[in-house]
Ligand binder design. Sequence first.
Ligand code: FES
Length: 405
Amino acid sequence: MTDLSTPSQEHAQPASRSSVGPPLWLLAELTYRCPLHCAFCYNPVNYTDHRDELSTAQWIDVLQQARKLGAAQLGFSGGEPLMRDDLEALVAEAHRLGFYTNLITSGVGLTEARLGTLKANGLDHIQLSFQDSTQELNDFLSSTRTFDLKNRVARSIKAHGFPMVLNCVLHRYNLPHVDKIIDMALAMGAEYLELANTQYYGWAHTNRAQLMPTAEQLREAEAVVERYRKEIGNRCKIFFVVPDYFETRPKRCMNGWGSVFLGIAPDGAALPCHSARSLPGLTFPNVKDTSLEHIWFDSDAFNRFRGFEWMKEPCRSCDEKSKDLGGCRCQAYLLTQDAANADPVCDKSAHHEQVVRVVRDAARRSETLAPDEQPVTFRNDANSRRLTASTRETAAASRDEGTQP
Ligand code: FES
């Protein structure tokens, strides 16, 4: 049961300005609209509940306030940020303000003309996502036909002189292709390749049983990455982000709640992490009615999990707590229904067995079920509405039974 509303945590104290640094990394999620339907999308499953989008003027105001607060890195993300036709204007303003800017895109809508304008307006960097090195799997996982288009876009990005990060989310389906994915990145001239093992939030959490790899798949992929790193040196820097379900200590999520990351959702909700919207009992302030300064330093949502005061055992007395800060609040909630619990990835958590069980079940499923016997739920409006309605019904039923506050 969540106890986010227990009295001790009901209103976190505003942070003292001297103990909290500025939000260094601003993520502008311009829209939840997206032409792709990826099974591992981290957007909230109930994104159809949040259709409003900030206007151009409101986004510009956000950029100006964030820069004034000290933010230096700016990611334009979504959904697909190219769905906004004011992206070029926002990039121009961000460049004028002195941000280092990164466009995080599927490539759909990135025409020659738009690339030219984005370059002229000062965009620094582009992160292009692929789902796999094969057309078949790329198109299956995004439920679109976009593989050829992405290849064309990758060439254009290089032709316009942008540094390029190729991003590929890894899971059970494409881990055996890691060598081919690296070959593809090298052939495209990517400066960086981010092989990001799926983190199980949003739609990836919905599809966790289908996407979870086996430990053996991970070990083999890691060995391939190591071999390539030795062979290619600095030609392309490969990041391999290990999925934390296979660890015994949690990640220092977002480098700490309200520490350096500030996300603004399409409708203006300010979030301490991408998935925070899934946490019940927290009200996220909106840039439409509150200044970023007040949100960052004084809001209950941003202060709720700062520091150590909110921690319960075993985190509270743990000698490693300043290393991992108790792990990920969203994962703690998703797996234990209490965001103030230790992240159950930690083997000191009383709930760690759940993580072990998920990994064990995944191994069993991969031995006994073929991929086409394990249907995937794609991110689309119909599924969002259906899953949101069913979550609401379950919550209402629990309330009626008195099992939820
Ligand atoms: Fe929300 Fe980790 S994703 S705290």
